[in-house]
Ligand binder design. Structure first.
Ligand SMILES: [Zn+2]
Length: 422
């Protein structure tokens, strides 16, 4: 080929590719989406949206599994003489330090001891505790000194046992729909003198509240000693069961004799569990399935305990956009904070509930495919979201496929807007 001919050929090639403009169709009404979607089947493909393993962190895509923040208030029940529990600045300091110690453990999750020789991955727990504010208290924090001369103490065994009692919770819990009410309690000093009185660190989860006991037995700078028992109870609130049992819902937490410490011989000889949901002297490790269980619970719409999570997924943040660069199936609910962008020739399949913040879009690039398998896409904050941008270049188009009953809710209007861009 002569040079001049080659040049001419290249010129045609360049000019023809330039003439192929990127076309974007924005669909901001569910009827318009229905119109362009290809109905592959009227039946959904089987998908269990509450399988904890679907909620295990996926290192490839951190954007759809952003941190969940549990908002907490603290109660320090006391007798009217205010002698037995933390008060004033000490109570606030205890609360703040305890939250920090709990979060330290959630961030710095440790490797499981069991089964011996395991290669179970270790993930950040993916949630944190946060002390709520209250303008009506002197400290400005949601820390309360509850006075009740009959119920200020905690007894977990024997005479006067009241650990399961909700009396103190019913009387003093506030904002139970939006805050985890944390009752930091003490043992009665008289009982502590009785031989055999059970006074170790203890706790109990009761609905959206929890109690821990013995908080005044140690100085404030030893508050970290209560982090494990607190995280254990928070774990119960968000659906975790004791993990020494076989039926705790997780295959990566093997059953075992639930030993507090390792002994020379007998059933507790050798390696013992260090799991947060067992009774042992470590109580630190959370398995991937346990993290998945907590996340599953936190994503269950309308569940009582979801209300305890700070609703920080309502504001659109483009930096939290999920860019799908390899095929991805999400068999779980998701609370997005940014857009979802499906790159060219890539497939994303949604089978459960997906929240999109106000204004956020799902962008389907040329050749990309969005499969909606009986999926529900909505805005969880009473607003509308930005709809779908379907992109095409020439014959290469973005596609949406439907399987089963797809629900697309909270779109702003019934008009679809077409635009061209270079
Ligand atoms: Zn427990």
């Amino acid at each position: 080929m002569k040079h001049s001919t080659l040049f001419f050929f290249l010129l045609i090639l360049i000019s023809s590719s330039c003439s192929k403009k990127l076309k974007i169709v924005n669909l901001s009404a569910s009827l318009d989406v229905d119109e362009i979607a290809v109905i592959v089947s009227d039946k959904k493909e089987e998908c269990n949206c509450i399988d904890p393993t679907a909620y295990i962190p996926d290192d490839r895509f951190p954007e759809y599994q952003d941190l969940k923040i549990v908002q907490v208030n603290f109660h320090y029940p006391n007798a009217s003489n205010k002698q037995y529990n933390w008060t004033g600045k000490d109570a606030v300091t205890f609360s703040k330090k305890l939250i920090n110690a709990c979060n330290y453990q959630l961030i710095n999750n440790i490797k499981m001891n069991l089964p011996e020789g395991n290669d179970t991955p270790v993930y950040d727990a993916g949630y944190r505790l946060e002390l709520a504010e209250d303008k009506n208290t002197e400290s400005g924090m949601a820390v309360y000194e509850d006075v009740d001369d009959e119920n200020w103490f905690y007894i977990k065994k024997g005479k006067g046992k009241n650990n399961y009692s909700r009396t103190i919770i019913k009387k003093f819990a506030v904002n139970e729909d939006s805050l985890l009410n944390f009752f930091a309690m003490v043992y009665p000093p008289d009982s502590l003198k009785v031989e055999g009185f059970s006074s170790g660190r203890a706790g109990i989860a009761l609905g959206t509240s929890l109690k821990i006991a013995g908080v005044k037995k140690h100085p404030i700078n030893e508050v970290w000693k209560f982090a494990s028992v607190s995280n254990h109870e928070v774990g119960h609130v968000f659906g975790l069961r004791h993990s020494w049992y076989k039926n705790d819902g997780c295959d990566d937490t093997p059953p075992h004799p639930n030993c507090w410490a390792s002994t020379k011989d007998g059933k507790c000889a050798g390696v013992i569990s260090n799991n947060m949901m067992d009774y042992n002297n470590i109580q630190r490790a959370l398995s991937p399935c346990q993290i998945g269980t907590v996340m599953k619970t936190m994503h269950r719409i309308n569940s009582k305990v979801r209300g305890l999570i700070k609703k920080d997924w309502c504001t659109y943040n483009p930096e939290k956009s999920l860019i799908v660069r390899e095929d991805l199936e999400l068999n779980r609910s998701v609370d997005m904070k940014g857009d979802i962008i499906i790159e060219e020739d890539i497939t994303l399949r949604l089978s459960c509930r997906t929240h999109m913040p106000a204004g956020a879009k799902i962008i389907v690039k040329p050749g990309a495919k969005l499969i909606l398998n009986a999926a529900r896409i909505h805005n969880d904050c009473g607003k509308s979201w930005g709809g779908f941008d379907i992109q095409s270049i020439g014959n290469k188009k973005g596609m949406i496929e439907y399987l089963g009953d797809v629900r697309i809710e909270n779109l702003p209007n019934s008009l679809s807007i077409e635009s061209d861009s270079e």
